[in-house]
Design a protein around this ligand. Structure first.
Ligand code: DGY
Length: 322
């Protein structure tokens, strides 16, 4: 008998067809995310779940006597309660590698977009304010040859460093849980303790995954270490920074600007202070969102799911559940 799986969001039909070759598929067809109560009802009957952000906690696992695998279409897996999953022996998988270059491209877009004020000046032109030529008030900051600090030197960090170093001839320093001698050698980047990196960098890019250790890693004290001309980019998870402290740092001129793809609460509230700040570039969590990469992620997640529910070793089990 084929195992059963539940897909909690729309995925490409080719990916769904692949899953259907191996499993009995049930899926959520709503245009908005599946309500929690409905997910709890679905999870009661299934062997596998394909999701991208559903909270997998003990409440959900209690309702899921037949569940074997949760496959997430994401590299981040902070929505997994790892202890609860471990206790139940649930396989949890994610989609590393396939999105590295795409997310790194967006980090560069945020660097350039904030430094050269791209969105702000697009509005300036479209609102008919371009009357007097490009005066001082339109000036931005150079990205090339500036100092970039990368927090979190995983695969995506390395992809950002490569672009920065070889594309823009930036001086790249990084902070990471462990030193990366190979990356240092290959990319010509240097390790720096966090406080040193913050104090020295013109641009700081946050790429560390969200864990207990990285929650609010950057707060008021850390922003105060940064240069008043520096620009902060967050492309990991909103909770890695203290959002209140970032708002304060931007309002008080402690730092110059921010480029944010992620927020503490997503979607962001309509009255959020960031939305009124010209020096904040906001994006709706689109780090990996290109057609090709999202397809590749969905297909990889599908392969992880099928392997897990058919009793093979799923290729991308998250480290903590191996
Ligand atoms: C991920 O894969 O974790 C990215 O943030 C996109 O969701």
């Amino acid at each position: 008998m084929k195992p059963s799986v539940f897909i909690d969001r729309k995925i490409p039909s080719e990916v769904e067809a692949y899953i259907a070759e191996h499993c009995v598929v049930d899926k959520w067809e709503g245009l908005t995310p599946i309500p929690r109560q409905q997910l709890l009802e679905k999870i009661a009957k299934t062997n596998g779940l394909l999701t991208a952000g559903a909270k997998i906690d003990s409440e959900l696992l209690k309702q899921a006597p037949h569940l074997k695998v949760v496959s997430s279409i994401s590299v981040g897996y902070n929505h997994f309660d790892l202890a609860a999953m471990k206790e139940r022996g649930i396989i949890g998988t994610h989609t590393p590698h396939v999105l590295d270059d795409t997310v790194a491209d967006l980090a560069i877009a945020l660097l350039l977009g904030t430094a050269r004020r791209v969105a702000e000046l697009d509005r300036y032109v479209k609102e008919g304010q371009w009357k007097t030529g490009d005066g001082v008030k339109l000036f931005g900051t150079d990205v090339h040859h500036a100092k970039l600090g990368i927090i979190g030197m995983g695969r995506i960090g390395e992809a950002v460093a490569r672009r920065a170093k070889f594309g823009f001839e930036m001086d790249v320093v990084y902070f990471n849980r462990s030193r990366k001698p190979e990356a240092e050698e290959k990319l010509g980047v240097r390790y720096a303790p966090l406080n040193e990196l913050l104090a020295a960098s013109d641009f700081v890019v946050m790429l560390a995954p969200l864990t207990a250790e990285t929650t609010k890693l950057i707060g008021r004290k850390q922003f105060q270490l940064m240069k008043s001309t520096s620009i902060f980019i967050n492309i990991s998870r909103g909770q890695t920074i203290d959002e209140e402290a970032l708002i304060e740092a931007l309002q008080e001129g402690t730092i110059a600007a921010a480029g944010l793809d992620v927020f503490e609460k997503e979607p962001i509230n309509a009255d959020h202070p960031f939305l009124k700040m010209a020096n904040v570039l906001t994006l709706p969590h689109i780090g990996s969102a290109t057609t090709q990469t999202r397809f590749d992620m969905a297909m990889l997640a599908a392969q992880n799911l099928v392997s897990g529910v058919t009793g093979q070793t799923a290729p991308n089990i998250v480290d903590e559940l191996k």
